[in-house]
Design a protein around this ligand. Structure first.
Ligand code: ACO
Length: 329
């Protein structure tokens, strides 16, 4: 009898802030238009957190909902992993803040940074902890408050991003959402393509860095666009091959929500009808690490996840990083 341990998703949850900011709202303060934003990105509106809400507050609600979905109490958790590029503070980890607020008194807690690929990285890490016997029940949260990292006068970046959080509970005995394989990759030669240049140990915050706006997100949009189109194709193919599956076996694709045109190019490459792809970029824009678990949780809420389905999650982002996880629901 095989003693190989499994890991599966026992519960999912998400939270998006109440405040809706439409493209028309942005037209009032920026030299932009609803037509430009929608035609280039597919975004109509985004959610923006209240000033008093930090990334941990968004993640906490998503985590509570995932635990409720799994029918589990927080003190049963062994580990809390938070994927975020917009932590409450440089340290301690946002995971520790969530661990405390949620009452996960028996769990370890740490953050993981892979920016928009953060969820596949964190999910893989949690699943491997369970498969290795290090943990039985792991909470994986992806939470972002990118609105605090954006220059709201820079139309080339601020129209693209929004705030939100998603979470899953992983267990060794969940009958659903088994993690089959993952592919995680990075190309650190691309760090300058998408980054926040100052505020870390390389360029600590100073009057000069603040005056130059170097603590805001900077992006080479066209280069990231080309990278996204290429890497989604490659990373999904690699992960399916590793799982002994083919493109035609994919029942649902849950991609990072960066740009509808990148998602459409994936649909074309895999010959997938758009009904087999989860899309919510029109309502939430790009919520970085949170976009995949929000989309997964919304798909579950809508009854789109059926037992036995092969579901592929794929993310890419700053680093450069990418990650694909293949699940059997
Ligand atoms: N409104 C109006 N005009 C704009 C805006 C705006 N919001 N933003 C840029 N423009 C202008 C530019 O100034 C430029 O004008 P110019 O030709 O006079 O110089 C023109 O529009 C075209 O700009 P491009 O950058 O060539 O536009 P493009 O078609 O490449 O679309 C976009 C830009 C949407 C940013 C695209 O490049 C993209 O989606 N890139 C990928 C973004 C992405 O995936 N990011 C991931 C982030 S994930 C993470 O890890 C944080």
């Amino acid at each position: 009898m095989s003693t190989k341990r499994r890991a599966g998703i026992a519960g999912v949850g998400y939270y998006v802030p109440e405040r809706v900011v439409t493209n028309f709202d942005l037209e009032k303060t920026l030299n932009t238009s609803d037509e430009w934003i929608q035609s280039r990105t597919g975004i109509r509106e985004r959610r923006i957190a209240a000033p008093e809400q930090a990334a941990s507050d968004l993640g906490l609600i998503a985590a509570q909902r995932a635990l409720a979905d799994a029918g589990m109490a927080a003190d049963q958790l062994d580990m809390v992993i938070v994927a975020t590029a917009s932590p409450d503070m440089v340290f301690p980890a946002t995971a520790c803040i969530i661990q405390d607020k949620i009452g996960a008194v028996n769990a370890g807690a740490f953050d993981l940074t892979a920016v928009c690929a953060g969820f596949p990285y964190a999910l893989t890490t949690g699943a491997q902890m369970i498969k290795a016997g290090q943990a039985e029940r792991v909470l994986v949260v992806a939470t972002e408050k990118f609105s605090g990292l954006l220059d709201w006068n820079d139309r080339s970046t601020c129209v693209l991003m929004g705030d939100g959080a998603g979470a899953v509970v992983l267990t060794a005995d969940s009958p659903q959402g088994e993690i089959l394989t993952s592919v995680l990759g990075a190309d650190g030669s691309g760090i300058d393509q998408l980054c926040i240049p100052a505020g870390g140990s390389a360029r600590p915050a100073s009057h000069e860095t603040i005056e130059q706006g170097l603590h805001f997100m900077k992006m080479n949009g066209p280069e990231i666009y080309k990278f996204g189109v290429r890497i989604i194709g490659e990373a999904v193919e690699q992960a399916l091959t590793k799982a002994g599956l083919q493109e035609k076996d994919m029942d649902l694709l849950v991609p990072h929500q960066a740009n509808i045109r990148i998602i459409q190019s994936a649909a074309k490459r895999f010959n997938l009808p758009m009904e087999k792809i989860v899309v919510n970029i029109d309502r939430y824009s790009n919520t970085s690490a949170a976009s995949i678990p929000i989309a997964l949780a919304e798909a579950k809420e809508a009854g789109r996840l059926k037992p036995g389905m092969i579901i592929v999650l794929v993310g890419f982002g700053a680093g450069l990083t990418w990650g694909t996880v293949v699940l059997r629901w």
